[in-house]
Write a protein that binds this ligand. Structure first.
Ligand code: ADP
Length: 572
């Protein structure tokens, strides 16, 4: 006989797919007159934003966009890009935000691989888009070319065109009462984000409505984002859909402050003018804020919450940024995890610790976001969990609904990315006795010197403590005796007088076990960065490989002419 609980009807009748587009409907209904978006001279309320998204979604349907068609967009953090995060899924389509720092060849690859049906282009990026479309045309049938729509400057239209249509015309022609295509299955795709390809070829990561919805809720909770936030768009919306805050700000009925250029001047100017409360950014932005000229800065009266991640934030940088009026929360994630998957949730008892202890705790990557099913660090050979001793390294693995559906058109890579239901991040970490995870490296970045593992992250953190160092990156350099040894690439603060390689090495030897100290320090005017602002270790590794160690003692001699030859070869 069935138990009473089993006799209850299935809830099919009240099933509603989890989708972040519902956050917009709710904001329009309950916060209708609150400011949804500010961009220089433009302001909208949530009622207007909803109205514009409905119009755009209906216009997309009138352009014959069908279910799950891909709509690509190449734009900085402007209102149109924000609106597309709702309008494109409301039309049943899949949003593909393209990194606007990519070159035309990369843009072509994405348009081709995604099979984009519509391609929105911000007026400032028309030259890159024109070239990308020219290359695409050479290898595609005319019927495969996307319909191109320019997004002109909303404040002062320039009249730039790349086809017949302009974004505001679509908004104008659309139906404000359009209700949006019903999401029948919450596992349906909502967006397609290409990885930046730091470690391998860019891959198309597909997010589901369910994953996006759950991640959004988790990040609001993990960051303790309260009601009516004023959110400054310092993080590109094209990066993992702005770590889900495109949808998250609507969920809180907050205000989006859009930003075309992420400069210190523009950040401080908008903070002051709009009383910003929240922003997300890679740690690299901290340097920009710290190095700002006196006339670019403003005095911050109420602490601004910063969520940082995407690269390890060195503890010394965390210590420097907070006295300026920023309160930092640290998150870790990757494109495949819909942005942040771990947050270093702060514990009140840590407030009593000395500041440098606090920064060290905050530099750890943290614990799983609430809606992730599980996180672990495993030995990939046995899939056994590592002990919680803060020392034993293994691969960070994740499981849960907010992990991607898979790589678009690449089942082989998708299968490789998962093992026994776990997503393998490719990052090496440890678990501390309190359960908090700390990343030690990307698996490809660990330096194995004489059988010892050296964490480049740990060494970089010491370099960042040197008073003259602005940026630092450590990679493996071939060594005849040790196999590999650490090589540091460093940029110096603008006010630095004379610092030598020997000074830096001596500083590291004083603060680290000697085997971990770099054997070579190369000073650079600027470190190479990826299109998402991360230090491009791949390029540095090529350079380090070229350092021809002609003596195998601890004091090596580098032959610089050899460098140039190898570098030239590697570029061929
Ligand atoms: P890509 O893999 O192409 O660089 P992602 O933006 O997905 O693009 O990068 C994710 C990677 O960035 C992670 O796998 C990890 O190596 C690194 N990362 C992200 N957040 C952190 C963090 N808080 N600390 C250290 N590394 C991080």
């Amino acid at each position: 006989m069935s138990a009473p609980m089993d006799m209850l009807p299935k809830c099919d009748a009240n099933y509603a797919a989890l989708t972040p587009t519902t956050f917009l409907k709710r904001a329009a209904a309950f916060y209708s007159n609150r400011t949804s978006l500010i961009y220089e001279g433009t302001r909208f309320t949530w009622r207007q934003t909803n109205d514009r998204c409905c119009r755009l979604a209906s216009s997309l349907l009138s352009l014959n966009i069908a279910k799950h068609d891909v709509v690509s967009v190449l734009a900085p953090n402007i209102p149109a890009l924000y609106e597309m995060h709702f309008a494109v899924p409301m039309a049943g389509a899949v949003l593909n935000t393209i990194n606007c720092r990519l070159d035309p060849k990369n843009i072509t690859s994405i348009l081709k691989h995604s099979g984009a049906k519509v391609f929105f282009v911000d007026y400032q990026y028309v030259p890159q888009a024109r070239e990308a479309l020219r290359i695409l045309m050479m290898s595609s049938q005319p019927s495969m070319m996307p319909l191109v729509i320019v997004i002109d400057d909303i404040d002062s239209p320039t009249g730039v065109r790349l086809g017949e249509l302009e974004y505001e015309q679509l908004i104008h022609k659309g139906n404000p009462r359009f209700v949006g295509i019903d999401v029948a299955d919450e596992w349906d795709p909502i967006s397609l984000n290409y990885t930046s390809g730091t470690t391998s070829e860019p891959k198309g990561v597909v997010y589901s409505h369910r994953g996006a919805y759950l991640s959004t809720l988790s990040l609001i909770l993990g960051w303790e984002m309260g009601g009516e936030p004023v959110y400054l768009w310092t993080l590109p919306m094209f990066h993992c859909n702005g770590w889900t805050f495109t949808w998250g700000v609507a969920a809180r009925g907050g205000t989006n402050v859009c930003l075309r250029n992420t400069t210190a001047y523009d950040i401080y100017r908008n903070i002051k003018r709009h009383h910003v409360t929240h922003m997300c950014c890679a740690p690299i932005i901290f340097n920009m804020l710290l190095e700002a000229k006196p006339h670019e800065r403003c005095h911050i009266t109420n602490p601004i919450e910063i969520l940082t991640g995407g690269a390890p934030p060195p503890a010394p940088l965390l210590q420097k940024i907070e006295p300026l009026g920023f309160k930092v929360t640290h998150a870790y994630g990757l494109t495949e995890a819909t942005g942040p998957a771990l947050v270093c949730e702060w514990q009140a008892k840590w407030n009593k610790l000395p500041k440098d202890e606090q920064s060290k705790l905050k530099a750890r990557q943290g614990i799983s976001i609430l809606t992730l099913a599980d996180v672990d660090v495993k030995d990939l050979d046995t899939m056994a969990s590592v002990p919680h001793d803060g020392k034993t390294m293994g691969e960070i693995v994740l499981r849960g609904s907010s992990i991607m559906k898979g790589y678009f058109k690449d089942s082989e890579a998708t299968n490789k990315a998962f093992r026994n239901g776990w997503f393998l991040t490719g990052d090496v970490g440890v678990i501390h006795p309190d359960g908090y995870l700390e990343i030690k490296d990307r698996s490809k970045d660990v330096i194995i010197s004489g059988g010892e593992n050296i964490s480049s992250v740990e060494l970089e953190s010491v370099l960042y403590r040197h008073p003259n160092v602005l940026e630092a990156a450590v990679v493996a350099m071939p060594h005849p005796r040790w196999g590999e040894s650490p090589c540091a690439f460093v940029t110096l603060r603008s006010d630095t007088t004379v610092v030598t390689e020997a000074d830096i090495i001596a500083y590291c030897r004083k603060n680290l076990p000697h085997f971990m100290a770099p054997k070579k320090v190369e000073f650079m005017a600027e470190l190479p960065k990826t299109s998402t602002g991360k230090i491009q270790k791949f390029e540095l590794r090529v350079r380090a490989k070229a350092f021809n160690v002609v003596e195998s003692s601890d004091q090596q001699v580098i032959d610089p002419s050899y460098n140039e030859q190898i570098l030239a070869l590697s570029r061929l």
